[in-house]
Write a protein that binds this ligand. Structure first.
Ligand code: C2E
Ligand code: MG
Ligand code: MG
Length: 732
């Protein structure tokens, strides 16, 4: 063979001035053929090569040792735009290599073909530019092979193909890949791909940096290497299941170790990757670092369920403990005792020795209380000098009396605080499950009542609850009777409390607050009559009235030309559970003509907690109406967060008990900060309730809470006064 393998097997045969195919094949002739046979065979061979060259889609030409064109095929002429006689006998370099692709001159001395020809080597150039006769150019890939005659190097044969299409496709692919890569790299999330062994095949920088690594270091790691040991099973099972089913996973939360040894909490979402044949080859996904959000949640959880001074469970957690104790008592047919405990002279200690001494005394009391109780009992601080001790699995009254006596004795020992010896004592009221009531609130109220009885009896003693003592039951009955007529007798009114954008000072909303002006009882506080209305079911018609009245008023302000503000209406749990809630809301909107997005319903955390399935549906239907939803008194309910993601609401209202002490109590400040952070990470609006001082307002604004409601800005106002306020604030 004369040439090594090439894209085509060729002979410098056709359209040539020299050498002819006969020349090239002459050394075969020395062998066996006779002269005639040889001539005939050569003619046949020449025909074959001519056909081959003429029909080749690839451009082919030959050059001699000086780069002069010795033959050229039609494809080459077609691609370059020359006639055959314009190429044959001419320097090919001058015809097709005017410049480099970037326009610089391309001297003959640089020519690859020339070099390889001179050195007798084949050459392959992946991508270069050829010029046409008309001055245009196009990208080519070419091969050049040296030609020998009788062992002497006589030139080269060059083959090239037009690769414009390929270049365009490559360019488009590169551009789209660059676009996606830039998007992936700039994402704030971790974007990754893994193979079926779980090894990372791609990670954006953000993902690796999330764990403190460079991308290369990260990709070199073993699958699952950084997963927290306790999460490894979850990680493996999840991955194996995904591989087995070729299904992705969603919201899988895993801890992964950061380079600095800490763990980040990462939420993972993936989708399967398939090759062209439809076989699963791995997964790709987007993960998010949710550590801060989780920490904020945990911190709020703790702060919201514990008393900051003593670290004891607060009432919210106590309620939960009670539920456990009740279940145990039911099982063992025993009792739960709730001891409501109030220190007898605490106010005096606080007033004369100061708050620091008061705090010390409280800590001392906790210490002594825990000595009198067992591990399964719960001691909880209710605030101030009030404690509740919950005694589980009490077999009889005598046991309870025994413990109460012990507590009285323990607390009446003198104690030294701030260098002074103090005599302390307490009064205890006791209510018993199931004898005095079934539920936490009833027992709480009854033990409280009993505690006052103990005080009346001269302090430093305990009393059990006695039905005759229950004056509240009496009042309850009274209120309930009057409430029945209040709607018909039109004794209800609404006040409106402005909600302000702290930054601009503008009124952005109003909370409608129910007022009851009873001819017999005078003005009754909502906190007194609303619980009664709830218990008796009267809150449903009253709540409907509030809804219509509030919408009408808001629409009246719009029609009077005031800029739109949101009207917030409180919704009680009982209203929420009613099947006709949606109709009632829709009815109020229809009657008033108020656009739905200007009505906000304030739900309580407890509404969202119970019977989650149905409630979720109600929330969805309310949202479908277009009204806004907020969570009132946020932070006080139990387990405030798990549902936040499920129940789509627009705003959180920070409970005023937290706002009250934000500038003095670091724990409350931390809670508020965490709530704001949580709202931000869930992209919820946030409004602070009960803002009473400039300092509180400044703190809130500093922390990023932009909306506030409270006495500092305005108390709840009758409609007419609210209108004046609105005019002044919003410059109508
Ligand atoms: P809420 O929804 O948290 O309403 C805010 C309460 O905080 C109002 O008490 C308001 O007067 C009071 N407030 C506002 N600013 C401040 C402040 O700066 N400092 C302090 N300490 N308090 C402030 P209000 O009007 O007595 O209402 C008490 C509760 O009664 C409401 O709490 C709400 O849960 C309920 N309520 C009121 N109206 C309705 C109603 O129409 N339907 C239902 N279901 N509940 C209602
Ligand atoms: Mg409210
Ligand atoms: Mg509130």
């Amino acid at each position: 063979m004369i040439w090594q393998s090439a894209p085509s097997l060729l002979s410098p045969a056709v359209h040539s001035i020299a050498p002819s195919p006969a020349d090239i094949h002459s050394h075969y002739a020395d062998l066996v053929m006779s002269h005639q046979q040889m001539v005939a065979s050569l003619r046949e061979s020449e025909e074959r090569f001519r056909l081959l060259l003429d029909s080749s889609p690839e451009a082919i030409f030959g050059v001699d040792a000086n780069g002069i064109c010795t033959f050229v095929n039609p494809a080459c002429l077609r691609m370059l735009g020359y006639e055959m006689d314009e190429m044959l006998g001419k320097s090919v370099h001058a015809l097709i290599h005017h410049t480099y692709p970037d326009g610089r001159p391309y001297p003959k001395e640089h020519c690859h073909v020339r070099h390889s020809t001179l050195q007798g080597r084949p050459t392959h150039v992946d991508s270069e530019v050829h010029w046409r006769k008309d001055g245009s150019s196009f990208p080519v890939e070419y091969w050049s092979h040296p030609m020998y005659r009788n062992g002497e190097l006589v030139g080269a044969v060059v083959t090239f193909i037009d690769i414009s299409e390929r270049k365009r496709a490559e360019e488009a692919l590169r551009a789209s890949e660059a676009r996606y890569r830039a998007m992936a790299e700039q994402s704030a999330d971790w974007i990754w791909a893994v193979d079926l062994q779980g090894r990372h095949t791609y990670s954006n920088q953000r993902g690796a940096a999330m764990l403190g690594y460079a991308v290369d270091e990260f990709l070199a790691m073993e699958a699952g290497e950084l997963v927290h040991p306790d999460d490894l099973t979850l990680y493996r099972e999840n991955f194996q299941k995904a591989v087995a089913t070729a299904h992705a996973w969603q919201n899988v939360v895993l801890r992964r170790r950061h380079r600095d040894g800490s763990y980040r909490i990462i939420e993972s979402n993936a989708s399967p990757l398939f090759d062209e044949a439809g076989r699963l080859i791995g997964f790709q996904g987007v993960d998010r670092d949710i550590t801060e959000r989780k920490q904020a949640e945990e911190r709020i959880q703790f702060l919201a369920h514990h008393d900051s001074l003593t670290g004891l469970p607060n009432r919210i957690l106590l309620r939960d403990r009670f539920e456990h104790a009740r279940a145990l008592a039911d099982e063992s047919k025993t009792h739960v005792a709730m001891l409501f405990l109030d220190l007898d002279n605490f106010k005096m200690v606080n007033d004369t020795l100061g708050h620091a001494a008061g705090d010390q005394l409280l800590l001392n009391v906790v210490e002594r209380l825990s000595r009198c109780t067992r591990g399964i009992d719960t001691i909880s601080r209710q605030g101030g000098d009030e404690f509740i001790v919950l005694l589980g699995e009490m077999p009889d009254l005598g046991t309870i009396e025994g413990i109460a006596d012990e507590i009285l004795a323990g607390l009446s020992e003198p104690v030294e605080i701030g260098g002074r010896c103090l005599n302390t004592s307490c009064s205890i009221g006791i209510a018993i499950y199931p004898d005095d009531g079934d539920d936490f609130d009833t027992l709480l109220q009854k033990s409280d009542t009993a505690m006052y009885d103990a005080k009346d009896a001269g302090r430093n003693t305990y009393r059990f609850f006695d039905v005759a003592m229950n004056q509240q039951a009496h009042e309850h009955l009274l209120l309930q009777n009057r409430l029945h007529q209040a709607l018909v007798r039109e004794e209800f009114l609404l006040d409106f409390q402005p909600q302000i954008d702290i930054g601009t000072g503008r009124v952005i909303g109003a909370e409608a607050l129910l007022r009851w002006n009873s001819p017999e009882l005078g003005e009754v506080e909502p906190d007194r009559f609303i619980p009664v209305a709830e218990e008796s079911g009267l809150i449903v018609p009253i709540g409907s009235w509030v809804m219509v009245e509030a919408c009408m008023q808001a629409q009246a302000w719009r029609e009077a030309g005031f800029a739109d503000i949101t009207i917030s209406v409180n919704l009680s749990a009982m209203q929420f559970r009613r099947p006709n809630l949606i109709e009632s809301v829709a009815g109020a909107l229809n009657r008033s003509g108020l656009p739905p997005h200007l009505l906000e319903l304030e739900l309580t955390e407890s509404i969202l907690l119970e019977d989650a399935g149905n409630n979720l549906d109600t929330v969805r239907r309310l949202r479908a109406l277009g009204v806004r939803l907020s969570i009132d008194d946020f932070g006080t309910g139990y387990s405030s967060f798990s549902y936040l993601k499920r129940f789509v609401v627009d705003r959180l209202k920070i409970d005023r008990s937290f706002v009250r002490d934000i500038t003095t109590d670091p724990d409350d400040a931390a809670i508020v900060r965490a709530i704001i952070q949580l709202a931000r990470s869930l992209r919820l609006g946030i409004v602070a309730e009960g803002v009473e001082t400039r300092e509180q307002l400044a703190f809130l604004l500093d922390e990023g809470c932009e909306e506030a409601q409270g006495y500092l800005l305005s108390p709840p106002l009758p409609a007419a006064e609210f209108e004046t306020y609105l005019r002044k604030r919003n410059n109508k």
